[in-house]
Design a protein around this ligand. Structure first.
Ligand SMILES: O=c1nc2n(C[C@H](O)[C@H](O)[C@H](O)CO)c3cc(O)ccc3cc-2c(=O)[nH]1
Ligand SMILES: C[C@H]1O[C@@H](n2cnc3c(N)ncnc32)[C@H](O)[C@@H]1O
Ligand code: SF4
Length: 220
């Protein structure tokens, strides 16, 4: 009940660090990604420089937000190791790292837990219909894979942020299904710390290329 909720609003100043913009997925709403090869990975020296600048600014949390290297790529291990080291470095400086680097293998998640205070992954939307449209070229957006990430995080007792991306061609009834999937995972493990409801925001890529998103075009 609203009247029973605390009126206290808390916040923690956060700063986003990007290990790489390269991504093997091509979500048609994304303005973040670059082609593999076009986005050099953040080096440890650059990371230290960035963190040094944040010390005086009252930043508490570091969001490590990354484009993805394919799970079977020979470059996957180096990509993962770099993210691990970046988190470790942030911790050593006294910041609180939170990683969202797309779906992880169970062992990757278990190990990354050691250097994160929490982690995250958006469910986006649970409907498989988007695999024909905005996620046609985004293998890591298969809903069952993302839901499994939530369950694994619960099993590993990792405080987890997830959420919905709105306006990507889903229907309002899909919002309910997606929220329900989050609630069920949370009922099992009690680990969901935050549910983000994020509207799609058009960027320069969609404006210039036009888009097959047909946003605002809710189907039902
Ligand atoms: O300020 C923001 N923080 C975002 N965060 C960070 C998050 O709000 C918090 O910094 C952490 O959850 C810690 O409380 C995300 C984290 C995720 O795992 C997945 C998506 C997001 C998205 C946002 C966002 O749009 N804006
Ligand atoms: C990190 C999260 O950013 C969200 N994301 C990706 N592209 C956009 C966009 N154009 N507008 C809003 N959110 C976006 C996705 O939900 C992803 O999971
Ligand atoms: S997986 Fe993430 S970074 Fe990659 S294209 Fe999709 S939204 Fe962008």
């Amino acid at each position: 009940m609203f009247s029973q909720m605390s009126r206290l609003v808390s916040y923690s100043p956060a700063y986003t660090i990007v290990p790489t913009y390269e991504c093997f997925n091509r979500c048609s709403y994304c303005n973040f990604r670059k082609e593999p090869g076009d986005s050099p990975w953040l080096t440890m020296a650059e990371m230290k420089q960035e963190l040094a600048g944040l010390c005086e600014q009252g930043v508490v949390e570091i969001l490590i937000l990354s484009g993805e290297v394919h799970p079977n790529s020979p470059r996957r291990e180096a990509w993962y190791d770099r993210i691990y080291e970046l988190c470790d470095e942030a911790l050593n400086w006294g910041f609180l790292p939170h990683t969202n680097a797309g779906p992880l293998k169970f062992e990757e998640m278990a190990r990354l837990k050691q250097v994160n205070v929490s982690m995250g992954l958006m469910l986006e939307q649970m409907t498989r219909e988007l695999l024909q449209t905005v996620h046609r070229h985004a293998p890591s957006k298969v809903p069952s894979i993302r839901l499994q990430q939530l369950d694994w995080a619960g099993e590993l007792k990792i405080p987890f942020t997830t959420g919905l991306l709105l306006g990507i061609g889903e229907s309002p009834s899909d919002w309910g299904w997606t929220l329900e999937a989050i609630a069920k995972s949370h009922d099992r493990s009690g680990h969901i710390q935050e549910v983000i409801v994020q509207p799609y925001s058009e960027g320069s890529r969609q404006r210039s290329q036009g888009t097959d998103l047909i946003l605002a075009n809710y189907r039902k």
